[in-house]
Design a protein. Sequence first.
Length: 251
Amino acid sequence: MFSKLLLSAFALIPIASAAFVDYVPASSLSSQQSFNQYWNNLYPWGSDHNGAARMNAANINLSGGTLTLRADRLSQSDGQSGANPHPTIWYRSGAVHCKKQIVVTTQYPNYEIRGEFQAPSGKGTWPAFWLTAVVGWPPEIDILEFKGSATNWFNTFRSSSDVSSTQVSVSNPQNTWHTYRIWMTKVSDTDVDVHYYIDGVWKVKHTGKGFVGKAFWLIMNLQMEGSSGSPGPSGSTYYRGRNIYVGRSEP
């Protein structure tokens, strides 16, 4: 059991006599059996999204508690993505999503989500660790997103045109393990505050208006090109994660 405290930007705030418990333990990547209990391959909706990579289970490797997603350049294109904006597919890559959904409610008002990552940041590489709506889109919360440079994008999408975005430079994100983390906390009947951190340092707070009661998928994926620029790498690209954890306050 974890401390009954919520770390905000300025103080440790008690969570009213609630227990903070593991929802997805940091050991979920410790073995294939544990992975199979908590995670699925690909996106929740399949293999394609908004970049030039098509996800493939063969591009996912789990070893020694580290999950590695590998993007390989194809010798020729493999048609168009089935998702908007239907880019040409030039890569095979990897994605995983959590089997458990994230839902802030009166019963479960606080969540912590974090993980340690080595994320590529070169042109044409587009790694992400993020939350997206189970039904429709948005809402969306981007915990880690690099788009072709060593700048992480913290994004909170309330609608396609109503977005909070904070950019933070990260030192050597591809070769150094950094911890990316959020606290989600219910602040009204409808709204959720999202506190973003890197390596234990608070960076910014965004407010998710209307996020209470909305179910989210948690996804780790290595997309390519798209918003990260093109052409992407000609060889293989690697995105690594470990100690991915989700905790929540419970009655």
